[in-house]
Design a protein around this ligand. Structure first.
Ligand code: GLA
Length: 380
């Protein structure tokens, strides 16, 4: 059964009526450019064929009644007139935060009956929460025929995370979930939100492996990393690390705290790698992609210190098989979650075998493998 049909049936079970709309927003994988978005830098993500589906009907009052299939204590009811953070039902805060951002611009909307069904693994670095936020916004924009484009929706989703959930994330996840283009990766300039797309060659698979070490961005050191980056920008009196060159950074190497130096070093070099990877993708230059992804992983491991030994292990296992025929690195916020590989489709069985044979043997955790294609964003 498709997720769409499943959501309709689930809606019927909860509300004994058919939904007015069923909509979907994808999760994402970031091919390269991590921890650059909140530094006004460059990222190169793609939306994936895993996501969040919401079936929805409008209500005549301000109540929102929502059932989340994949979550514990899966029912939540609240009023748009009284949106408060809910410590007990964490997942509901994504709905509440997103709607709080939406009603600032569209105060006249009423509530809704909603069911939520998703297949993005949670806490894995594939943006289950961004896809949830964007799906909510898509549902409301259809129910109330709102004039809402993908960029505004992405900014609202980010606002929900920043101001309501408490994660100071950047714009990448929400923007690609809203604006991704099928079969393409998107080079997004997070300073002005302009983007450029590159076709992912048909014979390449977006091969994602979840280390199944769970990650929580709010609890993790994510916010600390962001603060450290901002501290360096402040030291150099620039708006963000995007405006700092490698030469400028090195010129003060002795004066800056060693940890802060490494954080900034990662961001500046990662921006160049994201740009180089876009061009390499356009030119089908796998050697360059491979080298950039390798360096990116090393930089996230050594300079930014957000990988885990399990993620490092997975990268090694995959790298050993693909070599310069593909690329592999951690993806997303880090501290657990997934690695992404660009793998020639003919090599996928070998890579799969290597992961299955070695990961659990080395780390006593079962991996999960997702063979993905780049999908269309919810507002595209
Ligand atoms: C998380 C955040 C993004 C981005 C990545 C790291 O996914 O939500 O905004 O910062 O981490 O690249």
């Amino acid at each position: 059964m498709t997720q769409n049909t499943f959501a309709k049936d689930f809606f019927y079970q909860q509300f004994q009526s058919q939904p007015e709309f069923v909509c979907h927003a994808p999760g994402r994988v970031n091919i390269i450019g991590d921890h650059t978005d909140y530094n006004n830098g460059f990222v190169l993500p793609a939306a994936i064929n895993y996501g969040t589906t919401i079936a929805a009907s409008a209500r005549q009052d301000k109540q929102v009644e929502v059932y989340a299939y994949n979550c514990d204590s899966n029912k939540n009811i609240f009023s748009l007139d009284n949106i408060v953070f809910d410590k007990q039902t964490m997942w509901s805060n994504y709905v509440k935060g997103t709607l709080q951002a939406l009603i600032k611009k569209h105060p006249d909307i009423n509530g809704a009956n909603l069911v939520v069904v998703g297949n993005v693994p949670q806490g894995a670095g594939l943006s289950s929460s961004a896809s949830f936020e964007i799906a909510i916004l898509k549902a409301f924009s259809q129910l109330y025929e709102l004039d809402l484009n993908g960029i505004s929706a992405a900014l609202m989703g980010q606002q929900a995370e920043n101001d309501f959930v408490g994660c100071n994330c950047g714009i990448m996840d929400q923007l690609i979930s809203a604006m991704g283009l099928k079969n393409h990766a998107m080079l997004l300039d997070c300073r002005d939100l302009s983007f450029e797309e590159a076709l992912i060659p048909e014979d390449l698979t977006l091969f994602i492996v979840n280390s199944n070490v769970k990650r929580g961005l709010v609890d993790s050191e994510y916010n600390l990393r962001r603060q450290q980056c901002e501290q360096v920008a402040e030291y150099f009196n620039v708006a963000s690390l995007r405006d700092l060159s490698l030469e400028q950074l090195y010129s003060k190497k002795e004066q800056i705290d060693a940890t802060l130096f490494k954080r900034a070093h990662h961001v500046i070099t990662e921006n160049s790698r994201a740009l180089a990877t876009l061009n390499a993708l356009k030119n089908n230059d796998m050697a360059t992609i491979s080298a950039a992804m390798k360096k990116s992983h090393e930089s996230l491991r050594d300079d930014f210190e957000v990988t885990t030994k399990e993620m490092d292990g997975l990268v090694d296992i995959i790298d050993e098989v693909i070599g310069v025929n593909g690329g592999v690195r951690m993806t997303g916020g880090g501290f657990g979650g997934c690695v992404v590989a660009l793998v020639p489709s003919s090599m996928v069985p070998q890579v799969e075998e290597a992961v299955n044979n070695n990961y659990e043997r080395l780390f006593s955790i079962k991996p999960s493998i997702y063979k993905c294609t780049a999908s269309q964003g919810a507002f595209r």
